[in-house]
Design a protein around this ligand. Structure first.
Ligand code: 1HN
Length: 347
């Protein structure tokens, strides 16, 4: 495989003639189309939150959330510049909502996640229910769900946005509509969906036809408590430490059909065995400091820093203190399409 076919004057003349007919010869491109293993343009990279934060505070003076619709700085993968992509299939950005601001109500085909980085008490409203957000909370906005954000606190609020924009782009299936009002009406009390769906209980006749989770805020105190209790077993996975995935409680599937999300704990001093998988992954540290080796590069991280592990790159993580990492990838899509593959080295 991956052989180059020889060029001859007759062949070159033939290629020129068929080119005019919008035809081309597979044997010249086959090696690039179908590779022995994933060959990604996506590169390993780390963004320091402190640097992003500084630029975002500047952006906060340049434009309001309302004028911008969403005041976000996009995490552009250095190998995919100009494409608004953190990985080949996923978009990531950091959003700022200043005190007193609203990001107006809209809905779109793209599924979105928020992972709260800084600030406490700003809110998002999703399909008529409002939730207050705190650091480490994982919030979803399913496809075509109305959503708007507001900040009634005195502090700026920062979160990581993850969207399946490149996936929707690939299928040419993008729609967006505005509500025509800053905020949608609130029709259910705060905490309603978490009460009904987030406590290992479901409404007795619940039938889920939607593909996203009925829980839309997975609060950090619950995720953290799960890790804190489960770590006592000392049952560490060589490649992941203790790694849990967020689920749709009605189906056991991921919280959203296109984006998988994970929370993991690495004990102090733990060094993972090398691992690689086909789902390029965006990470952010929630607690602790450490470093990750991705391919042949080493990235030092602390709380709120953000980094990308491209498809099929070997990765190891090492924690100096007890560390908690949040991550997301397109794993649900790859699994549904029978494309997902992972390699645990010898572990
Ligand atoms: C969006 O709706 C949000 O709702 C954030 O906060 C980022 C990027 C592209 C398209 C829609 C949000 C977005 C977005």
């Amino acid at each position: 495989m991956e052989h180059a076919v020889e060029k001859t004057p007759e062949r070159e003349a033939f290629y020129r003639r068929i080119d005019g007919e919008n035809l081309s010869a597979l044997w010249n491109v086959l090696g690039d189309l179908i590779t022995r293993e994933p060959r990604s343009g996506c590169r390993p990279h780390l963004w320091r939150f402190d640097a992003i934060r500084g630029y975002m505070m500047e952006a906060g003076k340049l434009i309001t959330a309302k004028e911008a619709e969403r005041r976000v700085l996009i995490l552009e993968n250095p190998g995919l510049r100009g494409q608004s992509k953190a990985t080949t299939s996923l978009y990531a950005g950091v959003q700022l909502v200043m005190p007193g601001e609203v990001a107006p109500a809209h809905r779109h085909s793209q599924s979105a996640l928020r992972f709260i980085l800084e600030g406490r008490g700003a809110h998002t409203t999703v399909d008529g229910e409002r939730t207050l957000m705190a650091p480490g909370d994982f919030v979803i906005t399913p496809a075509m769900a109305w959503h708007d954000h507001g900040n009634h606190t005195q502090e700026p609020m920062f979160w990581l946005d993850g969207l399946d924009i490149p996936v929707v782009q690939f299928f040419d299936a993008s729609f967006i509509e505005g509500l025509g009002a800053d905020e949608q009406p609130v029709t259910r009390p705060a905490g309603d969906s978490f009460a009904r769906y987030g406590h290992n209980l479901l409404p007795v006749d619940f039938k889920r036809d939607a593909k996203s989770s009925p829980v839309f805020n997975y609060p950090y105190d619950h995720s953290r408590e799960a890790l804190e209790t489960a770590k006592k077993a000392g049952d560490w996975d060589a490649c992941h430490g203790l790694k849990l995935r967020f689920v749709n409680p009605a189906t056991g599937d991921f919280a959203m059909p296109t984006i998988g999300t994970f929370m993991q704990l690495l004990p102090k001093g733990f060094k993972t065995a090398r691992y690689r998988s086909t789902d390029a992954t965006v990470f952010t540290a929630v607690e602790g400091r450490g470093r990750s080796r991705i391919g042949d590069q080493v990235f030092e991280w602390g709380p709120r820093d953000l980094f990308v592990v491209p498809s099929w790159h070997w990765v190891t993580h090492e924690a100096d203190d007890e560390a908690v990492l949040f991550s997301f990838s397109d794993r649900p899509v790859q699994q549904k399409l029978d494309l997902f593959r992972e390699d645990r080295g010898n572990a």
